[in-house]
Structures are given as C-alpha cells and as structure tokens.
Design a protein around this ligand. Structure first.
Ligand code: NAD
Ligand code: TYD
Length: 356
C-alpha cells in the first residue's frame, strides 16, 4: 500500500495533488505536512478532510524530529511507514523573494536538506520501496530568448532569489542521489494554472481584480512569455514520474502552451466579462506598471523526455482549462475573500492546532 507524505499539501498544487491521488487510488494513506503559511489554506482540502485515508499534520519541514516521526509511521492510521514522499512545500512567489529572500533560503534550501537527511537516516536500503519526488520549476534554467526550449540538459542558470533557492534544492537532491544512492527524482514544471491558486499569482490575481473592478497590473510591456499548464495535468505527470521515473533523473513537465502576459490578461478580461454577462470593457483596467527586477523574458519547456520515456503528455486543452478555472474562481468568491483575510488563517490555526 502507498503511504505518501505530501509536504506543502495545503497549497495550490499540493492540495490539487492530494485530491487527485485519493480519487485515483483506493487503498492508500496521504499525510499532509504543512506549516500553513499565508499561501497554505486548509479549506483547499475541505473535500477530503473527513476521508479516513487522509491525515493532516500542521508542522514545518525544518522540524527534523517531526519528519522522522511521520516517516516512521507515528501519524499513519495503522502505524504504516511512509514509502512515498512528494515534496511541494516551498516559498513560491518570485516577487516576495525579491523583497526578502530569507524564508526562501530557509524553507526551499534548508527545508529540503532536512527532508533529505531525515530520509537518509530512516531509509532502509534493503527492504524499502521508498521513492522521493522533489517538485521543482523550469525557472531554475533561467530565461530564454525568442526561440528555443529548456531541456533537462539545459544548464541551471537561475535569475531570481526564488529560482536560485529552487536550483539549490535541486542540486542537493542531485548530490544526495550521487553520494548516497537514495531513491530520488526531480520534476521541473512550467507555470501552473487552475483552482485554489493563491491570488498573488498572475491568473487568479487578474480574475480577482476583474471581479472587483480593480486595476490589472501588467509588469513592463506585458511581453514576457510563460508556458501555462493545467494543474491537473501537472498532478498526473508527478504521479507518473513518482511511480515510473528513473531514480536520479530529472523530468521536465510543460504544456507546450506559450502566452505573452498581456494576451493572457486580455483573454481573462473577455472570459470574466462574458461569464458575468457584463459589457466587455474590463480591459480599461489594464495598467502597465514598473517591471519586475530581473524579470525573466521567456520560459518554454521541451517535455519530450517524459513523453517518450513515460508516455505522459498534457490532456487538457488550454481553452477548456482556462474556462473551467475562471468558472471556479467566480463560483468561489468566498474562498478568494477568505484566503486573503488574516482572520481566516487564524481561525483554521485554532481549529486544527498542531494537527492530528
Ligand atoms: P504554494 O505557495 O501555493 O504552496 C506552498 C505550500 O507550502 C503552502 O501550503 C505552505 O503553507 C507550505 N509551506 C511553506 N513553507 C513550509 C514549511 N517550511 N514547512 C511546511 N510547509 C510549508 O505553492 P505552489 O504553487 O503550490 O507550488 C508548490 C511547489 O511547486 C513549489 O515547490 C513550487 O516551487 C513548485 N512549482 C510551482 C509552480 C507554479 O506554477 N505554481 C510551477 C512549477 C513548480
Ligand atoms: P507569476 O504568476 O508571479 O509567476 P512567475 O513569476 O513564477 O512566472 O507571474 C507570471 C508572469 O506574469 C510573470 O512574467 C510576471 C507577470 N505578472 C504581471 O505582469 N503582473 C502581476 O501582477 C503578476 C503577479 C505577475
């Protein structure tokens, strides 16, 4: 039976992954270790909270004793030892890393090192079918010009404190594989979109602001390009690599779906206005603002390795995924309000205390 430790499972991708995993697997245990920072919200997991295969532990990946106890089975319903780790927990927003990189260094680098050390201490090479997947980003490769794609062989060349911290954690994972032959895997994904993304990232921020008829901040000229992937496609790809990826390898995951930021913002204006039956005039809210420092121009993933070796490619067509995403945020305005209010975070902290 799979006993999966998901770190950062109350965040955007982690919560989608937990729902995906519990739906897909009948017999399994999912333990969600999350510190509940501003971007982690337990309401993202309301659908699974009463599922007896799911356990929430409020805690920090920097707490090695806690991680060791989880790996050893202390938090599993029947004391089962963990045999899968999917490591999402991170500080994830570039703009925040520009303001203050210290939490990025702590969680993304030191936190990953602590998880790796906890696994090294508890892992029994002989009888374990353990697999640890480190969720990383295409941003570690740096920025592309107008042409070309990131492959797994592209040299790491991070430009922001966020991507530097992710690249550092990738290098630790690589080094622990080379040194200790631990069962480690790395995925590097392009920008995700979908339900439950904290509204500081471009797509939910723009949807939220259109609903509220507030300015839509577009950095610089809006010509930077991102390769957007639906979060459910990402969850499936992670599961495929977790089970079938070659240990020690890196797998790029991408949507083959490049958009200039300004085109995404214009599209969202049309979709939200349409869905709300409003006159199509939200584009007047677009405001070109000062560019992000060190703003990477273009990301684009070559995902042929995961396609050729593991048979994965994205299932969702962007036009459908983005419509579903807009519909979700419009149907969940209370969620948007709640996750941006401090009182809400305090409420959940009181409800759940230190977890199960
Ligand atoms: P997110 O910010 O929505 O969620 C991060 C989660 O980690 C939150 O629930 C937070 O409470 C938790 N967390 C933070 N510090 C912690 C700590 N010290 N201990 C325990 N939990 C902690 O992020 P996301 O967008 O879901 O990203 C998840 C992972 O995927 C990250 O590693 C990120 O680098 C990577 N990634 C994200 C994208 C994207 O487009 N969002 C793309 C590629 C890779
Ligand atoms: P973001 O969602 O922060 O993801 P990342 O920086 O990790 O790619 O930003 C996506 C793109 O949108 C990026 O080029 C920066 C730009 N952007 C804006 O133009 N305005 C905004 O308010 C935000 C948050 C991002």
């Amino acid at each position: 039976m799979k006993v999966v430790l998901v770190t950062g499972g109350a965040g955007f991708i982690g919560s989608n992954f937990i729902r995906y995993y519990l739906n897909k697997n009948q017999e399994c245990v999912v333990i969600n270790l999350d510190k509940l920072t501003y971007s982690g919200n337990l309401s993202n997991l309301d659908e699974v909270v009463s599922d007896n295969r799911y356990v929430f532990v409020k805690g920090d990946i920097l707490d090695k004793d806690l991680v060791l106890r989880i790996l050893g089975g202390d938090y599993s319903p029947n004391g089962q030892k963990v045999n899968r780790i999917v490591h999402f927990a991170a500080e994830s927003h570039v703009d925040r890393s520009i303001k203050d990189s210290s939490p990025f260094v702590q969680t993304n680098i030191v936190g990953t090192q602590i998880l790796l050390d906890a696994l090294r201490e508890s892992w029994n090479k002989e009888d374990s079918d353990m697999r640890f997947l480190h969720v990383s980003t295409d941003e570690v490769y740096g920025s592309l010009g107008e042409t070309g794609y990131f492959t797994e062989d592209t040299p790491i060349n991070p430009n922001s404190p966020y991507s530097a911290s992710k690249a550092s954690s990738d290098l630790l994972v690589r080094a622990y594989y080379e040194t200790f032959k631990m069962p480690l895997l790395i995925t590097r994904c392009s920008n995700n979109y979908g339900a439950y993304q904290f509204p500081e990232k471009l797509i939910p921020l723009v949807i939220n602001n259109i609903v509220k008829q507030e300015n839509l901040p577009v950095y610089g000229k809006g010509i930077n390009v991102r390769d957007w992937l639906y979060v459910m496609d990402h969850c499936e790809a992670i599961d495929v690599v977790l089970e079938n990826g070659k240990l020690g390898d890196v797998y790029n995951i991408g949507g083959n779906n490049e958009w200039k930021n300004i085109d995404i913002v214009n599209l969202l204006c049309d979709l939200v206005d349409d869905a709300l039956g409003r006159e199509k005039n939200s584009k007047r809210l677009i405001k070109f603002v000062q560019d992000r420092l060190g703003h990477d121009m273009r990301y684009a993933i070559d995902a042929s390795k995961i396609k050729n070796e593991l048979g994965w490619s994205p299932k969702y067509v962007f036009e459908d995924g983005i419509r579903e995403t807009v519909a979700w945020y419009l149907e969940n305005k209370a969620w948007l309000e709640n996750v941006t209010s401090g009182a809400y975070t305090d409420y959940y902290a009181k409800q759940y205390g230190d977890g199960v």
